[in-house]
Design a protein around this ligand. Structure first.
Ligand SMILES: [Zn+2]
Length: 223
């Protein structure tokens, strides 16, 4: 009997040491976002929570070393734009201004650091010199449906290609090939799923053959 009790005790100590470590606790969804931590499946939940707290969201951009400015609330047609910020300088320059909901901008800045940079270094040996996006805000429904698009609240960004010193890597030209460029794009898509609620690419449908749609809607889709 004593032997069993001892075994149970040793087992409990093992479970405690393995699971309930500081790192384990830090990763739990109710913990605040740690911008330096490797994103995992709970990261989107932590970012979404900042959608309701503009100051806390901006503090995270500051922690990331991103230069940004807050934009005034406004309406455009039937669409309301609030909690908006513009990234003035993040890790990479973009083809067009990067402005939208703060939480989305935070996901983009985290994505550059934790997803794009490591994938680019691993597969292409260099970081992008510029990222091309084809839009954030668009006051419209999802194409082919009545549902309001995440773009209508500037809560989605469409990424079409990445510029490098040695050339451009695009969804339209490189996706699905047996090349380092395609592996880079694949790794970017996989990594994006820990930082955005909705990640749609060429495999999702023909409308996405030339871009990754990345949004922070209240659902999880990674396709
Ligand atoms: Zn989109």
């Amino acid at each position: 009997m004593k032997g069993v009790a001892l075994l149970v005790l040793v087992g409990l100590i093992w479970v405690y040491q393995e699971l309930f470590t500081a790192e384990f606790y830090q990763r739990m969804p109710w913990q605040p976002l740690d911008v330096s931590a490797e994103p995992d499946r709970f990261t989107v939940t932590k970012i979404r929570r900042l959608s309701d707290d503009l100051l806390a969201c901006e503090r995270k951009l500051y922690e990331l070393g991103v230069s940004y400015e807050s934009l005034p609330d406004r309406t455009a047609g039937t669409c309301a734009l609030d909690s908006q910020v513009q990234l003035n300088q993040s890790r990479y320059p973009y083809s067009a201004p990067v402005k939208g909901q703060c939480a989305l901008m935070l996901s983009v800045a985290l994505w550059e650091k934790h997803v794009v940079a490591p994938a680019a270094l691993e597969y292409l040996g260099e970081e992008p010199t510029r990222i091309n996006h084809s839009g954030i805000f668009a006051c419209r429904s999802v194409r082919g449906s009545q549902r309001i698009s995440e773009h209508a609240s500037a809560n989605a960004i469409d990424i079409s290609s990445f510029e490098f010193d040695q050339g451009s890597v695009s969804l339209l030209g490189d996706w699905g090939e047996d090349t380092s460029e395609a592996k880079f794009l694949n790794a970017v898509q996989q990594g994006s799923c820990n930082l955005f609620g909705g990640v749609l690419g060429p495999e999702y449908n023909a409308l996405h053959r030339d871009h990754f749609h990345l949004d922070l809607g209240n659902y999880r889709i990674c396709s």
